[in-house]
Write a protein that binds this ligand. Structure first.
Ligand code: SF4
Length: 499
């Protein structure tokens, strides 16, 4: 790396300035937290970058900015896409104003996530464009085109990133801005019925998306060999490195925009070759659209694994390209191989987890630190479906359910579960780990919701975990609460020594 080079993360910061973005709304989580920290540490951006309590409100705030003619970026990890999906899906036919780009951080390999989902699928679901750039230069171009297309088609646009892209470098001087005045929301769209809005979308916005995709300036070299590779995202870099290092004569079509897919471009490329390998992360998104042809090899034929791709996967697939199918290697990774995830030795809540591990009932955990207590020796909580899910999950248990949730999980979406539990009369013991930070994602501040809880519920017991707590006393308290009808809340106050 030389002094003029900047990383994929810096490209996003730089692009925000050059593209005259006015608002950045974000929810912490790997791999986007470090990008947002760059914005928060920048003098200008510090006042215009917000840690939001959840992804739905993050997108809604950006939609408001867009209506008012202010360009915006929303930064979220892939699972956050599930949470913002509601306003995202309706925004395409609603129409917006100024450019709005959702930067979705995927985690192939699930290094720090509860799954490996592929954000590209939100394109066809919400009918919004998706870019999947391979390099930091391409990332800049994608952000620029995303803003432009967002304003022309009046829809949000998704740009998918992964950690390897964010940690790659490019020449800073290559980045060029493109000036234009952002539009405001045109409320004449309300002249249409809801059905009419969908018809307007398909006659005006969708064809524009198709034109952008078909005319995208993607990397494409066609060799005279029988084999070609189609890729998108960071795996396109791996393919290029593989071709260079192995001195192979292989054609390569690397797509930057993956929704809508440039079908004509793909067909021309496929027609040129006897075998076509699709190399993509995380799912078989492109492949599933084109695998009607027998020539296509990839994840569905067992040539390429799901999840994170490495160069050796490409070599192995090419060595076996003539095979119709390959045996899929199914060797699910275990906790033993990767090393156990556990609660920190200095965690003030350790005595609580020890007591919870002795309870012979299911305990709903959440996607905060409580998820670290699932493995031996603690084996304290039993579930961890999604951030903010613990309270509603426990409502489905037999008898009085037990939920353990962090204060960030409560603010994120857990509070709705608590309101629902009250309005439906569920019996519940809710243990809220109140340490005032989102400890799993880097110690972001969390709002104190104690007064809201007090307004909703009577049975609230505050336990100070800064004091030395005896496990016997904790056990007795939990038993006492479990014998009571209704909703009992234990506010477990503690300080995370990490933050
Ligand atoms: S990060 Fe903090 S709250 Fe989480 S387990 Fe470690 S010490 Fe406990």
């Amino acid at each position: 790396m030389n002094e003029r080079q900047i990383s994929g993360k810096d490209v996003i910061l730089k692009a925000a300035g050059l593209l005259e973005v006015k608002l950045v709304s974000a929810v912490a989580g790997y791999p986007v937290t470090s990008i947002v920290n760059l914005f928060r540490n920048d003098d200008f951006w510090a006042d215009n970058t917000f840690w939001m309590i959840n992804e739905k409100v993050a997108l809604e705030t950006a939609l408001g900015a867009s209506v008012a003619g202010r360009r915006s970026f929303v930064l979220t990890k892939h699972v956050g896409m599930n949470v913002l999906c509601d306003p995202l899906v309706t925004s395409a036919t609603h129409t917006i104003g100024a450019g709005l780009v959702i930067i979705a951080g995927d985690d192939p390999g699930a290094k720090a996530s509860q799954n490996e989902q592929d954000s590209r699928y939100f394109g066809p679901l919400a009918e919004v464009p998706v870019f999947d750039p391979a390099t930091p230069e391409k990332l800049f171009d994608s952000l620029k085109e995303a803003i432009e297309l967002s304003e022309k088609a009046s829809i949000p646009v998704i740009v998918r990133v992964t950690s390897r892209l964010l940690e790659s470098f490019c020449e800073s001087a290559l980045l060029r801005p493109k000036g234009s005045v952002p539009p405001e929301f045109d409320r004449s769209v309300w002249d249409y019925t809801m059905k009419g809005k969908h018809q307007r979308f398909h006659s005006m916005s969708y064809p524009l998306m198709g034109d952008y995709s078909q005319s995208q300036d993607c990397l494409c070299h066609i060799d005279t060999t029988k084999t070609g590779i189609i890729s998108s995202g960071y795996p396109a870099c791996l393919v290029e490195k593989f071709i260079e290092e192995s001195n192979s004569r292989i054609s390569h079509l690397a797509l930057d925009m993956v929704y809508p897919l440039p079908i004509k471009k793909l067909k021309r490329f496929i027609d040129h070759h006897e075998y076509v390998l699709v190399v993509e992360e995380t799912e078989d998104y492109i492949e599933s659209h084109i695998s009607i042809e027998d020539t296509i090899k990839g994840k569905s034929t067992g040539h390429i694994p799901h999840g994170k791709i490495e160069k050796e996967h490409i070599l192995h697939a090419l060595e076996n390209i003539k095979k119709t199918h390959m045996d899929k290697v199914v060797n699910p990774e275990t906790i033993k191989e990767r090393g156990p995830r556990s609660i920190c030795d200095t965690c003030p809540y350790l005595p609580l987890y020890k007591v919870l591990g002795t309870i012979d009932k299911p305990i709903a955990g959440d996607m905060g630190c409580s998820i670290l207590s699932t493995s031996a020796p603690l084996q304290a909580v039993d579930t961890g479906f999604a951030l903010g899910s613990a309270i509603s999950v426990a409502c489905g248990f037999k008898g009085k359910g037990i939920a353990v949730i962090g204060d960030f999980g409560l603010a994120h979406t857990g509070m709705q579960g608590l309101i629902n539990a009250k309005s439906n009369g569920f019996d519940l013991l809710v243990i809220i780990l109140q340490n005032d930070v989102a400890a799993m994602t880097g110690g972001q501040d969390v709002a104190d919701l104690t007064h809201v809880l007090e307004a909703l519920h009577d049975d609230i017991e505050v336990v100070d975990f800064a004091e030395k707590i005896k496990e016997r006393e904790l056990q007795a308290l939990l038993m006492e609460k479990m014998e009571k009808k209704g909703i009992s809340i234990i506010l477990a106050k503690g300080t995370c020594p990490k933050y």
